[in-house]
Design a protein around this ligand. Structure first.
Ligand SMILES: Nc1ncnc2c1ncn2[C@@H]1O[C@H](COP(=O)(O)OP(=O)(O)OP(=O)(O)O)[C@@H](O)[C@H]1O
Length: 214
């Protein structure tokens, strides 16, 4: 007998978002399994960031439901169950790299070797630098350190390659590969100009007429 299909780590059914009555995306139906990467594709303004923010529990969907591990979840559950790396890292400008990491970890009740996490993303020596004094790429790396420490299985990465040098791009690739190998899943956006992780990815087109993952 064939084994039953795995329960998806994430499943969206009829998910749609509108602003002031204007549709932004959807309705969308897609699933994401453990060990999978799903690339959200679409032109400027297609709603990629908005979709990721809905899945991160930062925005309320207009319609539809989201399930994690087969159970319908609300915004709080999505916020706790996912690690979101936004297009803008959103660090506290006056706090140091180490303090920003400690703050983010405390918010999620997570502990870990913060200095090792900074070193792993190429920020050794920047522990005491205020976020405002970090470059755009260094701020992105600080976000990657946070991601690396997060226990969440679902990673939501909005333009993870933006602002990164070649080492940084390789770092994102390695993080994604390790996360998938460990049973996690990644939903990411990327413009054509940036790389995509060297793993098999399905694509989820957004924009007019787009509705389901390929
Ligand atoms: N805070 C906001 N207030 C009002 N409208 C917004 C806001 N943020 C985004 N929008 C609108 O929502 C739509 C989707 O934006 P979104 O940022 O999700 O697109 P995107 O696909 O990520 O675009 P890009 O590729 O340019 O980053 C756009 O029409 C945009 O103008």
């Amino acid at each position: 007998m064939p084994s039953p299909a795995p329960i998806p780590l994430l499943q969206a059914r009829g998910l749609a978002f509108a602003r002031n009555g204007e549709p932004v995306f959807g309705p969308l139906d897609f699933r994401l399994d453990a060990g999978e990467a799903l690339l959200v594709r679409g032109g400027n303004g297609a709603g990629k960031t908005t979709l990721l923010r809905v899945l991160a529990g930062l925005l309320e969907a207009e319609e539809g439901i989201v399930e994690m591990d087969g159970r319908r979840v609300d915004r709080d559950h999505l916020a706790r169950g996912s690690a979101y790396l936004g297009h803008l890292p959103g660090h506290k400008a006056d706090l140091s790299a180490l303090e920003n990491l400690a703050f983010a970890m405390a918010m999620h009740g997570v502990t870990g070797d913060l200095e090792a996490a900074l070193a792993a993303v190429g920020l050794a020596g920047y522990e005491d630098s205020q976020a405002r004094r970090l470059s755009a790429g260094q701020n992105k790396r600080l976000g990657l350190a946070r991601l690396r420490l997060s226990p969440a299985k679902l990673w939501l990465l909005d333009e993870p390659y933006a602002n990164l040098d070649l080492d940084g791009i390789a770092l994102v690739d390695a993080l994604v590969r390790d996360h998938l190998a460990g049973g996690g899943a990644v939903l990411l956006t990327t413009h054509g100009a940036y790389a995509a992780p060297p793993v098999p990815v399905r694509t989820l087109p957004l924009g007019r007429g787009a509705g389901a993952a390929a």
